[in-house]
Design a binder for this molecule. Structure first.
Ligand code: CP3
Length: 342
């Protein structure tokens, strides 16, 4: 009996989709906040394999999701490459910046990342042992463009301005950075797969700000290279690509990069995606995370509308972006019930 999640990713049309949720281990859960306090802070939690495995398992125990996603962060790769990383409470991540050829020279080579990332592989090993037999383990990394936007600006930005500026004024440094992250990502995800990840997901949260040829060169091409390298090393490993807010560039994206599933944000409609994206294979998504805050009959109606719209092909039910800290944990159970009874 193959796991539900793996069946959907293999292209099977199922009567009830597998369900998981981005940021399912997170601050909306009191048990997560307690374990984070025990670890000290967010980064200490990421690097503590026992506690990181514990928070990964919390939403599985509470709700019975079909998949668990490794608890870590996309910014651990820049840190492993030698960037300084810290989190400012209430504001988000801060990093030392990469804006010149000299900064690039100070970064470590891609194959030096494992030293720092070893606890993450240990978390994957614990999870692959402890997850229920029916639950699929997802590993992940940030896509090169999204990771580069944080490394260049040193923080999250609304319009990714500093990364666009470097791309447009110092192409050599920018492409060297994309290249370094691409190589590191291949090595990082390979190790996660060797440690027991059954699926990997590539988060390109800022893909939507790349237009035209830039989208081809810096969203599509790196994803294609990473996926090809992973599939060569690990034949059959399913990959989910998430080019968030790609809009009409969602069309054909999965086939172009060689992904088994394309994750949709909630700026596209499920009905549109059924016609234009799901025709090529599995899609994941895409309920607006605000319903997890507001709940009510709208939550049920939305979950069922999306489930029905995507029922004609392979589908993994998810939100269009991460669940927010102000979400009501009871709404998660209501969502699952709505999807399974749609
Ligand atoms: O989905 C999951 O549950 C798996 C774990 C995971 C986290 N971050 C945990 C986290 C994953 C897959 C990520 C991805 C991630 N991290 C992305 C891409 C997806 C997206 O959300 O767009 C990005 C851009 C980051 C970088 C990052 N990490 C930011 C901008 C922040 C601060 C914003 C925030 O929500 O607080 C983080 C912190 C972070 N990563 C938290 C969690 C649970 C909250 C930390 C805390 O406990 O205070």
């Amino acid at each position: 009996m193959t796991k539900l999640m793996l069946r959907a990713l293999a292209g099977e049309t199922l009567p009830t989709p597998p369900i998981w949720m981005m940021r399912q281990a997170g601050r909306y859960l009191p048990e997560y906040r307690a374990t984070r306090a025990q670890a000290g802070d967010f980064l200490s939690l990421c690097y503590n394999p026992e506690l990181a495995a514990e928070v990964t398992l919390q939403p599985i125990g509470r709700y019975g999701f079909d998949a668990a996603i490794l608890f870590a962060d996309i910014l651990l790769v820049p840190q492993a490459l030698g960037a300084d990383l810290w989190f400012v409470t209430g504001e988000g991540p801060r990093l030392s910046t990469i804006t010149t050829a000299e900064d690039m020279q100070r970064l470590r080579p891609a194959d030096a990342i494992h030293e720092r990332l070893d606890p993450i592989y240990q978390t994957v090993r614990i999870l692959s042992r402890e997850l229920p037999a029916e639950t699929t383990l997802i590993g992940f990394a940030g896509a090169p463009w999204t990771v580069a936007t944080y490394m260049i600006a040193g923080r999250g930005t609304k319009d990714q301005g500093p990364a666009h500026a470097l791309k447009d004024t110092d192409r050599a440094t920018f492409t060297a950075l994309i290249e370094r992250i691409t190589e590191a990502t291949i090595l990082y995800l390979s190790r996660q797969i060797e440690a027991g990840a059954e699926v990997v997901k590539l988060f390109d949260s800022w893909a939507g700000s790349l237009k035209g040829r830039d989208f081809d060169d810096f969203a599509l091409a790196p994803a294609k290279r990473i996926i090809a390298a992973l599939k060569e090393r690990h034949p059959g490993i399913p990959v989910i690509a998430f080019p968030r807010e790609a809009g009409d560039r969602y069309v054909g994206f999965g086939a172009a990069v060689g992904a088994d599933c394309v994750a949709l944000d909630n700026s596209v409609s499920a009905e549109w995606a059924a016609q234009h994206v799901q025709v090529d294979g599995c899609v994941q998504g895409n309920m607006d995370p605000r319903h997890m805050v507001t709940g009510g009959p709208e939550l049920v109606a939305e979950a069922q509308r999306i489930t029905r719209a995507l029922r004609g092909g392979p589908h993994v039910f998810n939100l269009g972006h991460g669940i927010t800290p102000d979400a009501d944990p009871d709404n998660v159970a209501r969502m699952i019930e709505a999807v399974r009874s749609a």
